[in-house]
Design a protein around this ligand. Structure first.
Ligand SMILES: [Zn+2]
Ligand SMILES: [Zn+2]
Length: 425
C-alpha cells in the first residue's frame, strides 16, 4: 500500500479541535504525520481549497440485505455510502431474516468484507425477530460484533421490554436506539397531522405519537441508568425533552435526518410518495425546533435513515407506498446547503455530528485524524455546486425527493484504511 500525501487541504478534525491548512501523510493505513513534505514516493492528492475531514460516519442505514436485495444490497449500499463521503456506516436490522442471531451478524460482516467498500458496523435487534415480545440474545450478539440495538422499522412498544433492553445493554455498555412512535396514535397515518393533512384529507400522524414515547424512554433510561439514543427526531417537543433530560444527566443522545431539517409537510401537496417518510415531514415550527437542537448541541448526530425502496413499491398510492427515502448520496450536500451556508452550523460543528459524535455513541474507533488512527479520510469540495441526478446514484434505489435540486458541497476523494476507495476527480 503506497503512502498518500494530502497537500494543502484545510484539515478539520473536531475530535482534536483541529482546523488548519496542512499536509497530511497517510502511510501503512494510518495517519502518520502532519506538515509532511513530499519525498517523491507517495501518491499526491492536491487538496488546495478542499476540506480534509475524518471519514464520515452514518449510524442509521438500511442495507436491505438479506431479504430485499431488489431494493439494495450490502455491495450497492456501501458503494452509495462511499459516493456520499461515508467511510463507516451502521446498518439497521429490519432485514429478512432480521439481524437477531450471531449467524446473521456474521453474514453481514462477511458480505461487507467481500464488497470491500466502506466499514459496516452492525446494529442488532432488541427483540427476537423484531416481534417486540422477547429480548434477543444481547450477549451473544455483542460477542458477534453488534455495536448497538434497535427494532427500528418498528418502535419498541412494550415498556417492560424497553426497560429490560436498557438493563441488558447497560451490562455491555451499548446504547438502545429507538424509533419513537406510539402506533395506536398513528394507525393508517401517511403524513404529519396538521393543517396540511386536514386540507388534503389525508390521515395524519400526530406529534404526540413521537413525544409520548420519547418521554417514556427518557424516564426508563433515567430509572435504569441505560443509554438511550433517539433515532430520527422530528418534533420540536422531542428535541426539547432531550435537551432537558441531558441537563439532568440522563444518558440520552439523538440524531436528525437531512430531510427533517430540510423539508416540511407542505411537500405532500404533490401527493408524491417520495415525501412519505416515517416519522413524517413536520411543519415549519418543528423544522426550526430541529435546527435549534442542532445549533445548541442537543442533537448530537446527523444520520440519513437511508431507506431504499424499488420504484415499483414507491409508485403505489400514498397509503400503500412504503415510507422512507435514500439519503447517503445527498446528505453532505444538504448539510452544506441547508445548515452551513445559511450560517446555522460552522464546518467543525457540522462535521462533529457526522464523525466523532456517532463514533462516541457507538464506541467506534473511528471519526478522528489523530496520529496513529486508521486512515479513514474524506476530501470534500466545499464550494462545488452540483445537481442531484438519481441516474448517477450508486444505490440500487432512486427514491429521493431531491431530484434536480442544486446543492453545494460534495465528497471528492474517500480513503478507507489508507486506500483510495472513491475518487470523483
Ligand atoms: Zn425508524
Ligand atoms: Zn430507519
Amino acid at each position: 500500500m503506497s503512502a498518500i500525501l494530502l497537500q494543502n487541504g484545510r484539515v478539520i478534525d473536531p475530535s482534536q479541535q483541529m482546523d488548519r491548512v496542512t499536509n497530511l501523510l497517510i502511510d501503512d493505513g494510518r495517519i502518520t504525520a502532519y506538515d509532511a513534505q513530499p519525498d517523491g514516493q507517495e501518491t499526491i492528492i492536491d487538496a488546495s481549497g478542499k476540506i480534509v475531514a475524518p471519514g464520515l460516519i452514518d449510524m442509521h442505514v438500511h442495507l436491505r440485505e438479506p431479504g430485499r436485495e431488489e431494493d439494495e444490497t450490502i455491495a450497492t449500499g456501501t458503494a452509495a455510502a462511499l459516493a456520499g463521503g461515508f467511510t463507516s456506516i451502521a446498518c439497521i436490522p429490519n432485514t429478512d431474516p432480521a439481524i437477531d442471531s450471531q449467524g446473521t451478524v456474521e453474514f453481514i460482516r462477511l458480505q461487507a468484507e467481500r464488497a470491500d467498500n466502506c466499514n459496516v458496523f452492525v446494529v442488532a435487534c432488541v427483540s427476537k425477530n423484531r416481534e417486540g415480545k422477547e429480548l434477543a440474545e444481547i450477549g451473544q450478539l455483542v460477542e458477534a460484533g453488534a455495536v448497538a440495538f434497535t427494532d427500528d422499522g418498528s418502535p419498541i412498544s412494550n415498556p417492560e421490554l424497553m426497560r429490560q433492553a436498557f438493563e441488558y445493554c447497560l451490562m455491555f455498555d451499548k446504547p438502545v436506539l429507538n424509533h419513537a412512535e406510539i402506533r395506536e396514535l398513528t394507525q393508517r397515518g401517511v403524513m404529519h397531522e396538521g393543517l396540511t393533512s386536514l386540507i388534503l384529507g389525508l390521515p395524519g400522524m400526530p406529534v404526540a405519537a413521537e413525544d409520548v414515547m420519547v418521554s417514556r424512554d427518557i424516564a426508563l433510561a433515567e430509572a435504569t441508568g441505560g443509554r438511550y439514543h433517539l433515532m430520527h427526531v422530528s418534533t420540536g417537543n422531542s428535541v426539547d425533552a432531550v435537551r432537558r433530560a441531558k441537563r439532568r444527566g440522563v444518558r440520552v443522545t439523538t440524531e436528525v435526518t437531512p430531510h427533517h431539517f430540510t423539508l416540511t409537510d407542505e411537500c405532500l401537496r404533490s401527493f408524491d410518495s417520495n415525501y412519505k417518510i416515517n416519522p413524517p415531514l413536520r411543519g415549519a415550527g418543528h423544522v426550526k425546533g430541529c435546527t435549534d437542537g442542532l445549533i445548541d448541541g442537543t442533537i448530537d448526530v446527523i444520520a440519513t435513515d437511508h431507506a431504499p425502496h424499488s420504484q415499483e413499491k414507491k409508485m403505489q398510492e400514498l397509503d400503500r407506498a412504503p415510507p422512507g427515502i435514500v439519503g447517503l448520496e445527498t446528505a453532505l450536500g444538504l448539510v452544506v446547503t441547508r445548515l452551513i451556508e445559511p450560517g446555522h452550523l460552522d464546518w467543525p460543528d457540522a462535521l462533529a455530528k457526522m464523525t466523532c459524535n456517532p463514533a462516541r455513541i457507538l464506541h467506534l474507533n473511528k471519526g478522528t485524524l489523530q496520529l496513529g488512527a486508521g486512515a479513514d479520510v474524506t476530501v470534500i469540495d466545499p464550494n462545488l455546486r452540483w445537481r442531484v441526478d438519481p441516474a448517477e446514484f450508486h444505490s440500487k434505489s432512486t427514491n429521493t425527493p431531491f431530484v434536480g435540486w442544486e446543492l453545494t458541497g460534495r465528497a471528492e476523494v474517500v480513503i478507507v484504511g489508507g486506500r483510495i476507495k472513491f475518487d470523483r476527480r
